[in-house]
Ligand binder design. Sequence first.
Ligand code: TXA
Ligand code: MG
Length: 312
Amino acid sequence: MKDPFLSLEQAIAGIQDGDVVAIPTETVYGLAADATCDKAVAKIYAYKHRPLFNPLIVHFKSRMHAQDFVEFSPMAQKLAEKFWPGPLTLVLPMKNSPGISHLCSAGLSTLGVRIPHHPLTQKLLDALTVPVAAPSANPSARLSATSAADVRKGFHPQSLPILDGGPCAQGLESTILDASVSPPRLLRPGALSVEILETVLEYPLERSFDNPQRPKSPGSLLKHYAPCKPLRMDVLDPYPHEIYITFGPVHSSHTSCVSLSLTGDLQEAAASFFRVLHEAETLPGEGIAVAPLPQEGVGYALNDRLIRASRA
Ligand code: TXA
Ligand code: MG
């Protein structure tokens, strides 16, 4: 099998040639392709087995570049200034005939945009004249990838070219805010905590996220982020056959036990979240039990992922 690891130059050339390349971001790895090329974007959907109604986030090198494609309200402008580059995706109205593949927006009149904060990917975007569409680099509905090894595991035995940028610093997807409506609405909790967003918005965001019956974000499908073993959350007493994921010290009495953060640090737990779930998939044990996580800061986003992962 061909070596899937690319140099930065090879990754740039790959995207220019209409190929799909896995790229690192500060949140999770993305499956990237030229956002202006239908054929290239179609390949992303095929790799992920992603339903075509689920739109993709488009990644830009700068706000100036994004402004050619989407409209920024004064509030969106303020948020972008404060949080970009970084783990915030803004859903914004698309300009007329913006040149973005319709597959990215999946027929909506809005586009999810963000500027990622990762040195390699920033160099990649700087070298390209086009923005890059990139959903998380995992097969649809499965665990996100926060390292090159996770990407390979997810798509095995397919070979996928990867730009290896090391483990993702944040480890959790971006927070998505619909800023095409006034006031902006939270669509997905993520690496940027709701509390920090609220300090700029100056009003409380609704915490009950999407109604799973009628999701505002087409990707907020009921079952998502699912490991290939049954998962239970908020567990204080795991069954002996389960792999127990703790928040704080490991339980020496339980045979298979992994901690998200030995010191009970939520930021650390977010960074290790998908890595630990990937590990739990491969450990012996028939199910996964996760200890309660505080419903604050990035804990909202972690609990949101666990609720979806635990749906049978
Ligand atoms: O951190 C992240 O956001 C990563 C990295 C690679 O940037 N990307 C990511 O993409 O998580 P994905 O495709 O796994 O999740 C994007 C979510 C989906 O649920 C999709 O439905 C939603 O964003 N989305 C994208 N465009 C949208 C739009 N115009 N309106 C509403 N939701 C949108
Ligand atoms: Mg995803």
